[in-house]
Design a protein around this ligand. Structure first.
Ligand code: DQA
Length: 141
């Protein structure tokens, strides 16, 4: 199984970005943990991080040609991007939305996701383990 793991805007700053909210692991450290999990499960991952909506959308379109599923943390685009939602809906790959923080325990503008309705499931508030659980869910589907 091959999975695209997409990290949206500002997630490149993990480790130093609001550590009380997002933890102290860097994005590289999270990706290494996910690769270790994947190696145990005959899973191949491609990780992409971008601060640019169009790059994320292009990666989703490209995933049509090779991926069996997508795990995405859309960052702040969760709450604003119709285009990202349309891309996920358009490729019809099983997609799991992940958030490191519990967005429902935070500011009201984070309580709405434009992405969730086109995802198979949503995981939030569990830190990096949320990504691993998302991969488990795709493996199980
Ligand atoms: C986030 C939550 C979003 O509201 C925020 O804009 C992020 C990170 C999370 O992982 O908790 O950038 O997606």
């Amino acid at each position: 199984m091959q999975v695209l793991v997409l990290h949206g805007p500002n997630l490149n700053l993990l480790g130093t970005r609001e550590p009380e909210v997002y933890g102290t692991l860097t994005l590289d450290q999270i990706n290494v943990r996910l690769d270790a999990f994947a190696a145990e499960r005959d899973l191949q991952l491609r990780m992409v991080q971008s601060n640019h909506e169009g790059v994320l959308i292009d990666a989703i379109h490209d995933a049509r040609t090779w991926a069996d599923g997508i795990v995405i943390n859309p960052g702040g685009l969760t709450h604003t991007s119709i285009a990202l939602r349309d891309a996920i809906a358009g490729v019809e790959l099983p997609t799991i939305e992940v958030h490191l923080s519990n967005v429902y325990a935070r500011e009201p503008f984070r309580h709405t996701s434009l992405i969730s309705p086109v995802c198979r499931g949503v995981i939030g508030g569990l830190g990096w383990i949320g990504y691993r659980l998302a991969l488990e869910a795709l493996l199980d589907s």
